[in-house]
Design a protein around this ligand. Structure first.
Ligand code: ADP
Length: 367
């Protein structure tokens, strides 16, 4: 390399004998390491710069000797004691009588420091996220346990209210007037409703705590069984389910999925204008490794501003007189689907029916 070019280069350039003795030291090297050319010439490069090698020195030298070149990062100490990291390129120069090594070093200390900083920040961030997640999980578990135990404990006094109201009706019927009988009936009714709410709350909290082993589930079967159960419960009430099958299999948890589908179909059947016959269409839309199951009804519909809150516990848009229910069904749908790795949503407007959907990972169809 012509001497002038070497002088002009920004990189630190040095040339040493096979034993490390420095025979060339450019201005870039003076600037980087702080030693003048006069101070550096004749010194052993690795002693002067207290070089740290990524491999041991012998392996390093034999790599340069055998391959004729080496690239990597080296650590050096400057004249004022600072440690610097350089990106280094070494090349063997074959002279007729002996060999020399050309070393070109670029200071990357700042870059390494910035990289180290980013790595550290990432590590801190990951640790903080992990701590937060653990805290949240702990809090969730405590909440679920609290809901569970309180719901459980509430059932005992409730059973007492129930059976005392029954006893009043059976044993004291002749001594009660119409008002007394009406009160007793209402006590029973309220106790029954409270029991339903507690049962649903228990189911909801169980969902949050249960271990869920996901497996292949046949949507066709789940939907058929759900319809059969609802037909049985509805008695003679006219209803019409239209399943646009075959529905593809999904990955889910069988009993949770049955509960989810049952709640959606139950609602689709329930929320229609009195006197109108509900029609419910069930269809599936596979896309990109997932399956979206739609439950579309012809009922009263839901205004956009309420569509988010109805998935929360106890959120109802109607009085119990117009439509029975506990307000937990959709909360169970959402939590159940999310625990199975899926999503829920709906499209609806008042008077135009509702189209609820759940989306789950698709399962391979059996051949
Ligand atoms: P519940 O059915 O016991 O009232 P849900 O959590 O299942 O409770 O539903 C919450 C509320 O969302 C319902 O009270 C109702 O106001 C509304 N809703 C749910 N499904 C439908 C539907 N298919 N059509 C109209 N409104 C619905």
């Amino acid at each position: 390399m012509p001497a002038r070019l070497i002088e002009m280069a920004h990189d630190a350039i040095l040339v040493w004998e096979p034993d490390g003795t420095i025979v060339l030291w450019n201005r870039g090297a003076e600037e980087l390491y702080g030693y003048t050319m006069a101070e550096a010439l004749g010194r052993r490069s690795h002693d002067l710069l207290q070089t740290t090698f990524p491999v041991d020195l012998d392996a390093f030298l034999s790599a340069v000797g055998m391959n004729g070149e080496w690239r990597g990062e080296l650590g050096h100490t400057t004249r004022d004691g600072r440690r610097v990291v350089v990106e280094s390129r070494l090349a063997r120069i074959d002279e007729p009588d002996h060999n020399l090594v050309l070393e070109i070093n670029r200071d990357i200390t700042e870059r390494k420091r910035a990289e180290e900083e980013i790595r550290k920040l990432n590590g801190d961030l990951e640790a903080r996220v992990a701590r937060r997640t653990a805290d949240l999980e702990e809090l969730n578990a405590q909440l679920a346990a609290f809901t569970y135990s309180i719901s459980h404990d509430l059932r005992a006094p409730l059973r007492a209210i129930h059976s005392l109201a029954d006893a009043l009706r059976e044993d004291y019927d002749d001594r009660l007037d119409d008002v007394g009988r009406d009160y007793t009936r209402r006590i029973s009714g309220s106790a029954h409703r409270l029991d339903e709410m507690i049962q649903d709350l228990l189911a909801y909290s169980r969902l949050g705590r249960a271990e869920m082993t996901l497996q292949r589930v046949d949507l066709d079967v789940v939907v058929d069984q759900s319809i059969a159960a609802l037909r049985g419960a509805a008695g003679d009430e006219p209803c019409c389910f239209e399943v646009r099958g075959p529905l593809p299999p999904v990955i889910g948890h069988p009993s949770t999925l049955a509960q989810v589908v049952g709640n959606l179909l139950g609602n689709a059947l329930k929320f229609h204008q009195p006197g109108e016959q509900p029609t419910v269409v069930i269809r599936a839309e596979p896309s990109g490794g997932r399956v979206r199951l739609w439950v579309e009804d012809s009922g009263i519909g839901i205004a956009p501003e309420h569509q988010e809150r109805i998935f929360r516990v106890f959120e109802r848009l109607h009085g119990i007189e117009s439509y029975p229910g506990t307000g937990i069904g959709l909360a169970i749908v959402k939590k159940g689907v999310e625990r199975m790795g899926g999503r829920v949503g709906l499209e609806s407007s008042p008077g135009a029916g509702s189209r609820f959907w759940i989306e789950l990972p698709a399962a391979e169809a059996r051949s």
